[in-house]
Design a protein around this ligand. Structure first.
Ligand code: PMP
Ligand code: GLU
Length: 397
């Protein structure tokens, strides 16, 4: 059988592949510090597991409404009101199998063949592939040290063509950890308004924001933004629920309806028991405490990892959110490890594995000069991991 041109054009998910490789090596008994996993290393909190158990006992094991159970959509609408100052009716909320699925359906609902989506780089690995899967064209706009790895208003303006349909924004950003300020979001929203662009705003790391910064949803900065943004979020990162596969989005009513209609033909609905678990996560008394605990734990690890890298003179993008450090490695290109020349981030990561450290090549995020370290590991592993990175760098000739 021959696969389609569209399927041929899609690259595999490097984040998932590299994590799987690190896990396989560990399972074989290798000593690997895996800075690869883009998921909290905590177990799902007990109160959520209890909520799922009750749902099972109560026989909540059937198909649900396509956009998700009403109680959950209501709880999500309440979350948007409380956390983001955004008022949606429950009909504007669609629950999907993870935020990844929410994103896919969002692109599918608004893109016609050939429509362009502006994607600031570094970007999360999945955006460009999903845009292609939906017939769109990703227009990557490079951000750099000068702009603090954020999209400048002028860069956005310059990237717009008569085919541009939409801007993809991700704050806090995977892989850089960069968090946009309200004034920056206002500037971006104004450019979108001036050019009639839609916005897809991926806010899955909203609860992991540090240094006294505050997460602002771009949908909340103007009336235009509210009416033209699809906000993507989920419980994977906020409540350590990656395996439960529950994401959600809020959108203008006609878009939410179109997404629900399509979802009726792709997945029917997100897993029923997982939806009840997500409902418990969002409405349970222990939720706020849990988020506070997890965020402070990640903050501590962030500080430890950045000070360890500072002590080694290793450069990186300073992160204010999410749980990643984007480490600069282009200074080492051209050098060799054990007779093997490093020509890019993929070589760097492959060779670094020999010293027992797994990381994700920046090439997966559109920036070959970097590698991504996820501090979803213990503090002890952070110390050991940076020690091994330092040993690796010292061996380069
Ligand atoms: N957006 C970003 C930026 C992510 O890092 C992830 C993590 N996989 C997702 C969306 C999707 O999250 P999930 O499908 O687990 O809800
Ligand atoms: N978001 C995580 C990451 O970037 C999980 C893997 C994935 O879904 O791509 O590593």
């Amino acid at each position: 059988m021959e696969i389609s041109e569209r399927a041929k054009s899609i690259s595999p998910s490097v984040t998932l592949e590299v994590s799987a490789k690190a896990n396989a090596l560990k399972a074989e008994g290798a000593s690997i510090i895996a800075f690869t996993a883009g998921e909290p290393d905590f177990n799902t909190p007990e109160y959520i597991i209890d909520g799922a158990k009750s749902a099972l006992d109560e026989g909540k094991t059937k198909y649900t409404a396509t956009p998700g159970i009403k109680e959950l959509r209501k709880a999500i609408a309440e979350k948007f009101r409380k956390d983001n100052g955004l008022v949606y009716t429950e009909d504007q909320i669609v629950v999907s199998d993870g935020a990844k699925s929410s994103l896919y359906h969002a692109f599918a609902a608004i893109l016609n063949d050939g429509d362009e989506v502006i994607v600031p780089s570094p970007y999360w690995v999945t955006y460009c592939e999903q845009i292609k899967m939906c017939g769109g064209v990703a227009k990557v706009v490079k951000t750099d040290e000068k702009s603090g790895y954020k999209l400048f208003k002028s860069q956005l303006e310059n990237a717009i063509t008569d085919k541009t349909k939409c801007l993809l924004l991700n704050s806090p950003c995977n892989p850089t950890g960069v968090v946009y300020e309200e004034s920056e979001l206002k500037d971006i929203a104004k450019v979108c308004e001036d050019h009639g662009l839609y916005i897809i705003s991926d806010e899955v790391y909203e609860k992991l924001v540090f240094d006294g910064k505050k997460h602002i949803s771009i949908a909340s900065v103007s009336q235009y933004a509210k009416e033209n943004t699809i906000v993507i979020n989920g419980v994977s990162k906020s409540y350590a629920m990656t395996g439960w596969r529950i994401g959600y989005l809020a959108a203008p009513l006609n878009v939410a309806k179109a997404i629900s209609k399509m979802q009726g033909h792709t997945t029917s609905n997100a897993c029923s028991v997982a939806q009840y678990a997500a409902l418990t996560a969002l409405t349970g008394r222990d939720g706020e405490n849990y988020i506070r605990f997890m965020a402070s734990e990640f903050d501590e690890r962030r500080k430890i990892l950045s000070s360890l890298l500072d002590a080694e003179g290793i450069k990186y993008v300073y992160p204010s959110g999410a749980f990643y450090v984007f480490m600069r490695v282009d200074d080492y290109f051209g050098k060799s490890y054990d007779g093997n020349k490093i020509t890019g981030s993929v070589d760097f990561c492959n060779l670094l594995l020999s010293e027992g450290v797994a990381a994700v090549p920046g090439a997966a995020f559109g920036e070959d000069g970097f590698v991504r370290l996820a501090y979803t590991v213990s503090k002890e592993d952070e110390i050991e991991g940076v020690k091994r990175i330092s040993t690796f760098l010292k061996k380069l000739v």
